[in-house]
Design a protein around this ligand. Structure first.
Ligand SMILES: [Zn+2]
Length: 149
């Protein structure tokens, strides 16, 4: 994890992922570079977003963040985790000692995913989310660049 890893950026990433899933049917990002100043996330998608769609995405992420949803963690067994999230890509370190528990991070009722990172306590700390640019690379990589706060 980068030295300047930023809980605000990272929490916004969770909300961005869930919003991409809901608006555009993508999965969660498959690659993310989070920095305090500016971050980028890559999604598998078949085309670029239009500027109108990018505006809708930014507005929706901000709408969710502004609801000031609580960010809470919950430790569950792998079997329990498999009922609510895709656990196929869990890194080995996501399995917490001593009893093999998985840490799920929930953002209100909006998003849940297994995560070992650091988060803010509620999403209002991430406002405003600014989508700085979007670009597409053949065959299927959509890159989003954003800032928060
Ligand atoms: Zn996280």
């Amino acid at each position: 994890m980068a030295k300047d890893y930023d809980p605000q950026m990272h929490t916004a990433e969770h909300v961005l992922n869930q919003t991409m899933i809901r608006l555009f049917g993508t999965g969660r990002n498959f690659s993310a570079h989070l920095n305090r100043g500016k971050s980028k996330c890559d999604y598998h998608f078949q085309r670029d977003l239009t500027d109108t769609e990018a505006g809708q995405l930014e507005a929706e992420v901000n709408r969710i963040l502004a609801m000031n949803l609580p960010v809470v963690e919950e430790f569950v067994t792998l079997a329990e985790a498999m009922k609510v999230v895709n656990t196929s890509k869990l890194p080995p370190e996501a399995v917490e000692d001593p009893d093999g528990r998985i840490r799920l991070v929930k953002i209100g009722d909006y998003d849940v995913c297994p995560c070992i990172g650091a988060h803010v306590e509620s999403t209002g700390e991430c406002v405003p989310f600014r989508l700085m640019s979007h670009s597409f690379n053949e065959p299927d990589v959509l890159r989003l660049r954003f800032k928060v706060g």
